[in-house]
Design a protein. Structure first.
Length: 368
């Protein structure tokens, strides 16, 4: 009986110690969380002291239709380099993106066709020399009265035929880039940028293979999509401003020079084309383009904030909103951006206070 009482006491003591340890651990963890929260709040308070706030207000904006699109090469300035013969490719000297000058050697093709061309060329050159000697001899014999004028005329005809055949063969060589080493050389037909390279060294290719695509990028196109409901709001010649993510502070001005007639069956959009001057080659094919089309409408009022108040993250745009003693992230929908201002169509209301200076700092801190 006494032993049972002792065992029961020990069990109660162990339970008490375990409960005490759990309570102590919980208290320490709670204290750590409170300390961390306190430090985080202190960091936020320090950042908030550096943040300036601005009120969302309406601002006059000329009518714009905002479209999305892409920068593409001007198809009228594209050149495709096609292999004139079949053979083994070597000495490729360019990569995609390289800027090259007209006449640059792009690659070499070694082929039996070129060898046959050289043999035929030598044969024709020999025929021309023989026909030329024969004509001179006949003309001399005519002066001596030993041949007729008919024979001289026949000699002239033979020389003409031989020379014509030789000239045709030389033209074939010039067109195809044949040189004296039984090879065909692919040469850049224009100055521009390599957009695509579809061949590799030591590759055997057939005649007619498209090896390179290059384009003069001093002019490019922006191709934008117009929703069916907005088709009536666009017209050829309308002024546009194009902006890209690569150059967010640059405005590229142009005009709509073509409206495509077909409507995409799936997206229900129609495409428009804007021709853009690109002398410094900042615009590159494949860039996303934001296209603002000027409308022949009266100016309208829209909610607006400074551009530095809007933060872009993961494909969405946000502002930091101040609510009495707190602040929070708020996603917004942007209608247009121009001259340092962002026009907002959804997400905030007039009079809302949003972070301006150091908005990104407090935005990041709120995400922790």
């Amino acid at each position: 009986m006494r032993k049972e009482l002792i065992d029961a006491g020990l069990r109660d003591a162990r339970r008490g110690a375990l409960v005490f340890a759990i309570l102590l651990t919980f208290t320490m963890l709670l204290g750590c969380k409170e300390d961390a929260a306190t430090h985080l709040q202190e960091d936020k308070d320090e950042i908030l002291e550096t943040v300036s706030w601005v009120e969302v207000a309406e601002r006059s904006m000329q009518g714009h239709l905002l479209l999305s699109g892409d920068i593409v090469a001007n198809e009228q300035l594209i050149s495709r380099v096609v292999t004139p013969i079949s053979g083994k490719l070597s000495n490729i000297s360019v990569e995609v993106g390289d800027k090259i000058e007209r006449g640059t050697r792009l690659a070499t093709i070694r082929s039996t066709e070129v060898s046959d061309y050289q043999k035929k060329l030598k044969s024709l050159e020999s025929k021309v020399r023989t026909a030329s000697r024969d004509l001179k001899m006949k003309e001399q014999l005519l002066m001596d009265g030993m041949v007729s004028e008919k024979e001289v005329s026949e000699a002239k005809e033979k020389l003409y035929i031989a020379q014509t055949s030789l000239n045709q063969q030389l033209n074939i060589g010039n067109i195809n880039g044949f040189d004296t080493l039984s090879t065909a050389v692919l040469i850049a037909p224009i100055s521009g940028t390599i957009l695509e390279r579809q061949v590799y060294n030591n590759q055997y290719i057939e005649a007619g293979t498209e090896a390179f695509i290059l384009s003069d990028l001093s002019q490019v196109w922006a191709i934008a999509d117009v929703y069916e409901s907005d088709i009536s709001r666009i017209s050829e010649g309308a002024s546009v401003v194009v902006q890209t993510m690569a150059w967010p502070n640059e405005r590229f001005e142009g005009r709509i020079d073509k409206i495509y007639g077909a409507l995409d069956a799936e997206s229900k959009t129609m495409k428009v084309r804007i021709n853009l001057e690109n002398p410094d080659l900042r615009l590159r094919p494949g860039m996303f383009a934001s296209v603002a089309v000027t409308q022949n409408e009266t100016e309208q009022e829209m909610l607006c904030v400074p551009a530095q108040s809007v933060i872009f993250e993961n494909g969405h745009r946000y502002v930091v909103v101040k609510d009495e003693a707190t602040c929070r992230r708020q996603e917004v929908k942007v209608a247009h951006e121009a001259e340092g201002w962002v026009y907002i169509k959804e997400g905030v209301s007039e009079g809302t206070m949003v972070a301006n200076r150091n908005a990104l700092l407090i935005f990041n801190k709120l995400g922790q």
